[in-house]
Ligand binder design. Structure first.
Ligand SMILES: Cc1cc2nc3c(=O)[nH]c(=O)nc-3n(C[C@H](O)[C@H](O)[C@H](O)COP(=O)(O)OP(=O)(O)OC[C@H]3O[C@@H](n4cnc5c(N)ncnc54)[C@H](O)[C@@H]3O)c2cc1C
Length: 440
């Protein structure tokens, strides 16, 4: 049954968001009452998918408003095909179709290797898009609301009762359901309770600056024009740093991420425990990239004021995604924090949502434990593989000039397993982009 068949847009489930698992079962599949913590991309996709199957879903988020949060991101074919199948229409969202990945030297901008996507719709069953996160998030919010998901902002979850199960809000009130889906991001406060021990994400040693440059400024400059008009994901690789740039919103904006080993920065430091910081001006970026090729220097100069610096965290594996109570799961970055270098964190959250949705089809409160174990078993190995690949790319991108870098550059030109870049080997591309999360 497709999403559209199972739930016409705008219809609503039985209205309770706090009813218990003792609700009378219907004659067919009894719906579950699901409480989702976190209205990020992962939480919203889980909410949408579960709502499509008739479950009653409430989403809680600490944010008081949802707006222009985030910067550019990529939607690869493995998530695009799920969105398309679920009727999440990206037609009217401003977007850019990606040519593929282009790798360049940091000092003179020479192309090391091109890794084109070809025709991803043909090869992998979905497009490869470059978008603004805020636009994508807005589409998901609209879809969730139109499908009858209740979204409550200004609802910070400060604790849990795993056996009820219930999320406990900062004002002490409880939101109870049959299942908790905890999608509270990389710094998840709930992760520890799933593992039975503390499991904070690991500081990868890298920080990233996410910068948005007006496309028109670049189109007006003959040196920069092609970066916007030829929509590659350009990755300049240099010692202890790499810079990734690509156009979004059809070229209205050029998204740039400067990724740097923090130890090489002479900068305004993030405080202990602080994960992101608004940078008042671009002086530290201009300084750090002063020896890079002219286009990178121009991008640093165009960064202007008021952008975000992030400390990047990951984990190799989160052992338990299903809570021992059998009534809660982790989803998205909470379950698989990874370096953004594979551009796949949100895509993995999308796959999580699809697998969770399918695993819960036909589940009742009595069979939940088994269903969420299926979700964990299916999702964990794939997400963990990408977590590890994020680290491998970190090492490959940040090599200093020398024999290892020369070997890397030569290997990057070959479609072989030894290619150090994930997308440089066709079998791996097929494994990542050709995957259908609902086929299990
Ligand atoms: C520089 C960079 C570039 C990236 N590029 C890409 C890309 O190109 N493609 C891609 O697929 N991924 C990319 N990612 C990763 C992607 O952004 C994340 O994987 C994805 O957004 C995670 O979604 P999430 O829903 O799991 O978590 P989040 O988006 O972090 O959402 C968590 C939500 O939970 C809420 N929350 C947290 N705690 C509480 C609480 N106690 N109570 C209530 N609410 C709470 C937060 O307010 C937030 O709304 C990138 C990441 C970075 C840093």
């Amino acid at each position: 049954m497709t999403a559209q068949e199972s739930l016409p847009a705008g219809s609503t489930p039985s209205k309770s968001t706090s009813s218990s698992s003792t609700a009378a079962p219907s004659s067919t599949t009894p719906p579950l009452h699901v409480v989702v913590v976190g209205a990020g991309i992962g939480g919203l996709l889980a909410a949408i998918g579960l709502r499509f199957d008739g479950h009653a879903v409430v989403v809680l988020d600490q944010a008081t408003a949802f707006g222009e949060v985030g910067a550019g991101m990529r939607i690869p074919p493995n998530s695009f095909k799920l969105l398309h199948r679920w009727g999440i229409d990206l037609t009217y969202m401003k977007k850019t179709y990606s040519n593929g990945n282009r790798f360049l030297r940091f000092d003179d901008g020479a192309v090391i290797a091109d890794m084109p996507h070809g025709i991803p719709e043909w090869d992998f069953g979905g497009s490869y898009l470059m978008v603004h996160r805020a636009d994508y998030h807005a589409v998901l919010l609209d879809k969730a609301r139109a499908s009858g998901v209740e979204i409550r902002g200004n609802s910070r979850v400060d604790g849990y009762d795993w056996d009820a199960p219930a999320a406990i809000l900062s004002d002490g009130s409880r939101v109870t359901g049959d299942l908790l889906v905890v999608a509270d991001g990389v710094q998840s406060k709930a992760r520890e309770a799933f593992q039975g021990h503390s499991l904070p994400p690991v500081d990868t040693g890298d920080i990233s600056y996410r910068v948005l440059v007006p496309g028109q400024d670049m189109l007006a400059d003959p040196d920069m024009r092609d970066l916007v008009s030829q929509p590659w994901v350009s990755s300049w690789c240099g010692p202890d740093a790499h810079v990734i740039g690509y156009p979004v919103r059809g070229g209205e904006i050029y998204n740039v991420v400067f990724c740097v080993s923090e130890s090489t920065m002479n900068d305004q430091k993030l405080a202990e425990g602080e994960t992101k910081l608004v940078i008042a001006d671009n002086a530290e970026l201009v300084d750090r990239f002063s020896k890079w090729e002219p286009r990178v220097r121009k991008l640093a100069a165009l960064a202007g004021k008021g952008f975000l610096k992030w400390r990047l965290y990951d984990l190799e594996m989160v052992d338990h995604w299903a809570h021992p109570s059998g009534k809660a799961v982790l989803l998205g970055d909470a379950s698989h924090p990874m370096l953004p270098y594979m551009a796949s964190g949100a895509a993995m959250a999308c796959e999580d949502a699809a697998v969770l949705r399918k695993a819960l089809q036909g589940a009742t409160p009595a069979t939940l434990r088994e269903a969420i174990k299926t979700y964990e078993r299916v999702r964990q190995p794939r997400a963990s593989a990408l977590q590890r690949w994020g680290r491998q790319l970190q090492a490959a991108y940040h090599l200093p000039d020398g024999p290892q870098q020369e070997e890397r550059d030569a290997a990057m030109k070959e479609d072989k397993e030894g290619n150090p870049i994930y997308w440089g080997f066709d079998d791996r591309r097929k494994w990542l982009f050709g995957h259908d999360a609902e086929a299990f």
